[in-house]
Design a protein around this ligand. Structure first.
Ligand SMILES: *Cc1c(COP(=O)(O)O)cnc(C)c1O
Length: 714
């Protein structure tokens, strides 16, 4: 058995369909539309009301309805089919990994501060978390011996409300663990399995929750226990505290505590992957284990370095996590004697000289003590090698040992069911097994343009109806001004060219670039026979004042009467809103200030659903753009801030006016299909789907970073 917990059984279900309880505790259902049918078929309204939470759903449906389902031949047929698939998936012996590397069942441990698996488990803030979640799902699909380690936040990440004047309010609600797919790991005697981590106030106890992600377990650490002091309990209340005391403590819990949790669970991982610098303390905990067993620090760190892998995601120096030295003195002074080091030797491990003083830098720690190091796109690789060259004095930038693995998205999580159905029909039922086989994608041609177009229109209608429904609900809830109802998309038209822009609101993403010449924009969106609508969504970190001001700036424009309800802002961006948006829009736009977008992934999610990308040549898009599969904003060059902002704005407006809008509205055939547009869609889907999936990404991690990190066989 891969899993270490026993599932709670608090469902009252007829015996014949009792395994629904087990299914509700394995997130496999998230990327399997037929499994979702087992729930939403019974009561679609309730399914929406419980925000796609199968555990709540199973509990709220009354027993007579389940009894009826257990008698319904069609339902039972579906049920048997889904569970046959589920069992085959869990027990499959000929996975990619097992076939390629039959004698290598060595565990890979993956540490991340956030995991975005589904909207009901809000322990992610944005791209980093969604990438971690997608990585786990793909590891399960490929059969990697993989385990995830993270923190369980009692309040999750915040929900967003926008006030009438455009200010973001953060709402923190306690999560109900009992209604989430979390199972506490227990000892044989039923008591929770715990481990301890040392802080200045003394040892802190933590417990471990298990989430089943297909075949892959994810372990979430939790210090919110009665026996711990209040400060310590807060460590797992929220994601990313801005208080640096809490932050360094969280990172000690993740890095040091994570290693101890895996030991308590009985794991001896062969590879330790740090997704971003937050988990870098794990390098020291691993060394400490060996020092305690009698090695010197140098021996210990040399021995462990080969099996550590570090992925950096941050091209902006300020975005990197680092701590002032007084904080290191305060929280880590018990660690250095245990490593056999003096204070100065300890600080030297991760010393980072900044213009404003010295810090203890988490990426420096991770880079120095990992043999595998990667950035997340080709351009980000270049930027990272420049940024960290000083750690390898005497080497040229090109020789800095940081490689890149471009990000990808988990196709079955993000692709609309209707698009999947098209591929099933034209590529064959097992097309997903050949996802990264470029040859298969040559068949794109045979999909009739009108069928593809009909699916696109269906998905766009779904998006507009969803936004209208959300606006209606907010209106009924009360406390909103009518203009906010308009701003949230009630006047959207499902037949209009629709452009999406959604992401974390950080200033480098330049969300307001397209509004820099507002009159020109109004001209563009209000053409009577070829209108355009823009959808915005995204959160700013609650402590990021410039990010919140950017939302406000956008929102003020959104509320203007002149835009006729064609520029809208969708509140509370999460994985659910993201799914509707990436599946429903015609164009996905991204306007980062180059080269700050390490990779970006939402454009990939949009592309696999037939949206066309219209973005700055930064991160992944610079690798994907081939001239025919979307559009570029601005040149493939760094021009410096002011010049670049102007050049990119000009390019944005010109391309919209001269290329995108005419292509969308003209050259329609007898059935109203814009044939040239659909050709471009096919080119985008054909080139992007196989390359920018986690299938390609996790295989690359395995071959280039995990296998070299594994101990060689004697
Ligand atoms: C995919 C996704 C992101 C990441 O978007 P980027 O393009 O990488 O900025 C952020 N938030 C949510 C909810 C997502 O689904």
């Amino acid at each position: 058995m891969i899993f270490k917990s026993k599932l709670p059984n608090h469902f009252d279900l007829p015996r014949r369909i009792a395994r629904l309880g087990e299914l509700s505790y394995n997130l496999w259902w998230v990327w399997n539309p037929l499994a979702q049918r087992l729930f939403n078929r019974v009561d679609n309204n309730l399914w929406e009301r419980v925000n796609h939470n199968p555990i709540l759903f199973l509990r709220q449906i009354e027993r007579p309805i389940w009894n009826a389902a257990a008698q319904d031949a069609n339902y039972l047929e579906l049920y048997d089919h889904v569970f046959a698939d589920f069992d085959a998936y869990l027990n499959r012996k000929d996975t990619w990994y097992a076939t390629q590397y039959p004698k290598n069942p060595q565990t890979i441990a993956y540490f991340s501060m956030e995991f975005g698996l589904h909207e009901t488990l809000p322990i992610y803030s944005g791209g980093l978390g969604v990438l971690s979640g997608d990585h786990l799902k793909e590891s399960s699909d490929l059969g990697l011996p993989f385990v995830g380690v993270g923190l369980l936040y009692a309040e999750g990440y915040f929900s967003q409300r926008i006030s009438e004047d455009g200010w973001q309010d953060a709402i923190n609600n306690p999560l109900n663990f009992d209604a989430l797919p979390l199972a506490l790991v227990r000892n044989d005697d039923g008591t929770p399995l715990t481990f301890t981590v040392d802080f200045p106030e003394g040892a802190v106890t933590a417990q471990i929750w298990e989430v089943r992600v297909g075949r892959t377990p994810l372990y979430l650490l939790d210090t919110n226990l009665d026996i711990n002091p209040p400060m310590v309990r807060q460590l797992t209340t929220r994601l990313y505290w801005s208080d640096i005391n809490l932050r360094v403590m969280q990172e000690i819990l993740l890095g040091i505590g994570g290693v101890r949790a895996l030991r308590a669970l009985g794991y001896t991982p062969a590879v330790w992957h740090m997704n971003e610098g937050h988990a870098a303390f794990l390098t020291l905990e691993r060394a400490r284990e060996l020092v305690q067993a009698g090695k010197t620090f140098q021996e210990a760190i040399d021995e462990t370095r080969v099996s550590n892998v570090f992925t950096t995601h941050t091209p902006v120096p300020a975005g990197n996590d680092e701590f002032p030295l007084w904080l290191v003195d305060k929280y880590l002074s018990t660690l250095w004697p245990e490593l056999g080091l003096t204070r100065d030797q300890f600080v030297e491990l991760a010393r980072h000289q900044q213009s404003w003083g010295e810090t203890f830098s988490m990426p420096v720690l991770a880079l120095k003590f990992s043999e595998g190091r990667n950035a997340v796109s080709e351009l980000h690789g270049v930027v990272s090698r420049e940024m960290w060259q000083h750690l390898w004095p005497g080497r040229s930038v090109d020789e800095v040992p940081i490689t890149y693995v471009t990000n990808g998205v988990h196709t079955s999580t993000w692709m609309a069911r209707r698009i999947r159905a098209l591929y099933e029909k034209y590529f064959g039922a097992d097309w997903l097994d050949s996802l990264d086989d470029y040859e298969m994608w040559e068949k794109m041609e045979i999909i009739p343009a009108n069928e593809l177009w009909a699916v696109r229109n269906h998905l766009k209608r779904k998006l507009t109806l969803y936004m209208q429904e959300r606006a209606r609900k907010r209106w009924i809830q009360g406390g909103v001004h009518p203009v906010q109802v308009l701003a949230s998309g009630v006047m959207l038209d499902p037949y209009v060219l629709t452009i999406g822009f959604a992401r974390r609101f950080a200033t480098y993403k330049r969300a307001s670039l397209m509004m820099s010449d507002f009159d020109r924009l109004l001209e563009i969106i209000n053409q009577p026979n070829r209108p355009v609508q823009f959808l915005f969504a995204g959160k700013a970190h609650p402590a990021d004042e410039p990010g919140k001001m950017l939302i406000q700036e956008v929102y003020r424009k959104v509320k203007k009467a002149e835009n006729g309800g064609r520029i809208v802002f969708l509140e509370d961006y999460d994985m659910n809103v993201a799914r509707y948006m990436v599946q429903g829009v015609d164009i996905w736009m991204n306007t980062p200030r180059r080269p700050n977008e390490a990779s970006g992934t939402s454009g990939m999610k949009a592309a696999i659903n037939g949206a066309l990308n219209f973005s700055v040549l930064d991160g992944w898009w610079r690798e994907a753009f081939n001239g025919d599969n979307g559009w570029a904003i601005g040149p493939d060059a760094d021009l410096g801030e002011a010049v670049q902002d102007q050049a990119d704005a000009d390019s944005l407006y010109e391309t919209l006016e001269n290329d995108i809008i005419p292509l969308y509205y003209s050259e329609r055939d007898a059935q109203g299909v814009p044939v040239k547009w659909v050709e471009r869609m096919k080119e985008s889907m054909r080139t992007i789907t196989p390359q920018f999936g986690t299938r390609r990404m996790v295989k690359e991690y395995t071959e280039r970073l995990y296998l070299p990190a594994m101990p060689k066989k004697k």
